[in-house]
Design a protein around this ligand. Structure first.
Ligand SMILES: *[C@@H]1O[C@H](CO)[C@@H](O)[C@H](O)[C@H]1NC(C)=O
Ligand SMILES: *[C@@H]1O[C@H](CO)[C@@H](O)[C@H](O)[C@H]1NC(C)=O
Ligand SMILES: *[C@@H]1O[C@H](CO)[C@@H](O)[C@H](O)[C@H]1NC(C)=O
Ligand SMILES: *[C@@H]1O[C@H](CO)[C@@H](O)[C@H](O)[C@H]1NC(C)=O
Ligand SMILES: *[C@@H]1O[C@H](CO)[C@@H](O)[C@H](O)[C@H]1NC(C)=O
Ligand SMILES: *[C@@H]1O[C@H](CO)[C@@H](O)[C@H](O)[C@H]1NC(C)=O
Ligand SMILES: *[C@@H]1O[C@H](CO)[C@@H](O)[C@H](O)[C@H]1NC(C)=O
Ligand SMILES: *[C@@H]1O[C@H](CO)[C@@H](O)[C@H](O)[C@H]1NC(C)=O
Length: 261
């Protein structure tokens, strides 16, 4: 490609030209764990790939065509999975779970709230779903569980419980589960108090705002941290895996020059 280089380093003044913001991607075919890949990228280039817009997604796609049969390549995304109870409960029983396999599946990386089904099994869901919900009144030690037969999203359900009762319900053991299950019986699902914050980060500390998630499952199991891949056989869309898996990866370096075409 013919072009004209502007013979200055791309310092703050250049940032007004969008072309200067582009990351330059480097595909590395050696399969490594995410953490090893991160170290390699930091030593050799700048960091694991950060992708901030569709144009960059296309560039990464082109760069990685050399990947051949490798489908999934690590990029710089990672996420902490920290479940919390709405009432802040963190004592014995706070870790009680009763997931319905394959949940928590974090469909499209957008399932941050938890509902119980009429069999007492839990699913993670988009917090925007409208569902009936279960509140508790009084204290957990001496609690009164109440089903609210009005569909609300998780946040509105939490607000309602806090206004009229104590909070959305906390489920600490099989006995709590069975009491709640009986209340839910007439419905397919109801919200309970379990949720998590998104906590998705780029390795280099960039703000996570652009996303390109695949429309499918990201099985979280009981993992505390998960790492992101671009799946080149699925249009480059992103998904989450155990960070301990070994995969080829994509690093980036900053473009040092402003480039006019
Ligand atoms: C990546 O390339 C494939 C074909 O090689 C194409 O189908 C897909 O849409 C591309 N994805 C992006 C984000 O450009
Ligand atoms: C891709 O996989 C197919 C079938 O497994 C194999 O025949 C082909 O040689 C592979 N191509 C590359 C570039 O590794
Ligand atoms: C549990 O929550 C209480 C009240 O919010 C807090 O003071 C305490 O540090 C927490 N304990 C643990 C182990 O997180
Ligand atoms: C829940 O519903 C309220 C009222 O309709 C809306 O303002 C809010 O954005 C929704 N929040 C979530 C997380 O779905
Ligand atoms: C919740 O409990 C308080 C006292 O523990 C009681 O006064 C109130 O009526 C209860 N609320 C409902 C809706 O049952
Ligand atoms: C829930 O509320 C609707 C409308 O108020 C009512 O028709 C329905 O019978 C209620 N269902 C249960 C199980 O209470
Ligand atoms: C990330 O976004 C927040 C809020 O939009 C902003 O205050 C912060 O400066 C941004 N951080 C970086 C590193 O761009
Ligand atoms: C890939 O991500 C884009 C942007 O979020 C989305 O429009 C598209 O449907 C996704 N494709 C797949 C196969 O998940």
């Amino acid at each position: 490609m013919e072009g004209i280089f502007i013979g200055v380093l791309c310092l703050s003044g250049c940032l007004t030209f969008s072309t200067c913001l582009l990351h330059q991607y480097h595909f590395v075919s050696d399969a490594k764990t995410w953490t090893e890949a991160q170290s390699y990228c930091r030593e050799t280039y700048t960091d694991l790939a950060t992708i901030e817009n569709t144009e960059e997604m296309k560039k990464l796609n082109d760069t990685s065509s050399a990947a051949g049969n490798s489908s999934e390549v690590w990029i710089g995304l990672y996420s902490h999975i920290v479940w919390k109870w709405s009432d802040g409960f963190n004592q014995s029983g706070a870790e009680y779970r009763n997931w319905e396999s394959p949940d928590p599946n974090n469909h499209e990386a957008n399932e941050l709230c938890v509902a119980m089904d009429k069999n007492g099994k839990w699913i993670d869901e988009d917090c925007n779903e409208q569902r009936p919900f279960v509140c508790y009144n009084g204290t957990l030690e001496d609690s009164d569980f109440e089903l609210v037969n009005t569909s609300k999203n998780w946040t509105e359900a939490q607000r309602h419980c806090r206004e009229h009762y104590t909070d959305l319900v906390t489920v600490r053991n099989d006995a709590d589960r069975d009491k709640i299950k009986n209340l839910i019986k007439p419905f397919p699902w109801a919200w309970i108090g379990l949720y998590r914050d998104p906590q998705i980060y780029w390795s280099d500390g960039s703000n996570y705002s652009f996303s390109f998630w695949h429309k499918g499952y990201n099985k979280l199991g009981s993992m505390k941290v998960v790492c992101g891949v671009a799946d080149l056989k699925k249009g480059g869309n992103w998904s989450l895996f155990s960070c301990e898996e070994t995969k080829p990866f994509v690093c980036y370096s900053m473009r040092g020059w402003c480039f006019l075409e």
